[in-house]
Ligand binder design. Structure first.
Ligand SMILES: Nc1ncnc2c1ncn2[C@@H]1O[C@H](COP(=O)(O)OP(=O)(O)OP(=O)(O)O)[C@@H](O)[C@H]1O
Length: 257
């Protein structure tokens, strides 16, 4: 496996009963890239992310991280790998009974042995990176806007200095200006912190703005993976409809203006 590949998936098969979601799926995630993952509804984007995260069993295939098979890792080794990953789930999944600061401290409490004041300091720093100041630290998630909640979830995903960030539709539910600001934040953080990012999205603007490459899920596998310009020339019918249909044209026009 090439040194620039962080995660390699080979021959993956996932199924729920007789419903096969992925069959013989291959995908490489390169170190330091922002890889967008797109596909029609129900094509298995979230199931694929969960399989990588160890939250979803698979019937066949291999997932390698830094060249090592997940199946070979002991529970302790897997836990260590998990602590190097940041995840932003689709709904943000903040703890509603914890304050903003406590939410960001949660992974530190779970994985690191350090004093409470130090945890608070680190959590505050991560919130700062996510563009939030101390005026929100003591608020509860229900007291925040959708965009602010996403930023808290992002700060929590960054709490343990991850190597890779998994984002499941990070801009869903945000207005276009909020979504563009969030995209810019992801791009800035990924470059500054040398993060690898896997981002599931339906948002064409996000693909145009920040993705280095885009993987398309179709026909139970990765039908294509390429930088945007090359992908747009791919003759696959779903890709043509997606990028050259009305929504695609609008996003392209927005990019050119
Ligand atoms: N726990 C489950 N039990 C049974 N089927 C499931 C389960 N989770 C997912 N599926 C099925 O697997 C398929 C892929 O689901 P997944 O949520 O990964 O799709 P997706 O590409 O992320 O869709 P969307 O873009 O709509 O979020 C769907 O047909 C879904 O119904």
């Amino acid at each position: 496996m090439s040194a620039d590949i962080l995660i390699s998936i080979r021959g993956l098969r996932t199924a729920f009963g007789r419903h096969v979601v992925h069959d013989n799926l291959d995908l490489d995630i390169r170190r330091g890239e922002i890889l967008g993952l797109v596909g029609g509804s129900g094509t298995g984007k979230t199931v694929l992310m969960n399989a990588i995260l160890g939250l979803q069993n698979y019937a066949a295939g291999d997932i390698l991280f830094n060249g090592r098979h997940f199946s070979e890792l002991s529970a302790a080794e897997r836990r260590k790998v998990d602590s190097r990953w940041g995840v932003l789930f689709q709904n943000g999944a903040l703890f509603t009974s914890l304050t903003v600061l406590e939410n960001v401290m949660a992974p530190l409490r779970e994985h690191v042995d350090m004093s409470i004041p130090l945890m608070e300091e680190i959590a505050g720093m991560k919130l700062g990176l996510a563009g939030l100041d101390s005026s929100v630290f003591d608020r509860f998630p229900s007291e925040l806007s959708g965009g602010m909640r996403k930023r808290v979830a992002l700060a929590r995903a960054l709490a343990l200095d991850p190597d890779i960030l998994f984002l499941d539709e990070p801009t869903a539910g945000l207005d276009p200006i909020g979504a563009a600001a969030f995209d810019a934040l992801i791009l800035e953080l990924s470059r500054a912190l040398d993060l690898t990012v896997l981002m599931i999205t339906h948002d064409l603007d996000s693909l145009y703005a920040i993705c280095d490459r885009i993987a398309v899920l179709a026909d139970k596998r990765v039908a294509a993976v390429a930088p945007l310009e090359a992908l747009m020339r791919n003759p696959h019918p779903w890709i043509q409809e997606y990028f050259h249909g009305p929504r695609g044209r609008t996003a392209t026009a927005g990019k050119e203006n």
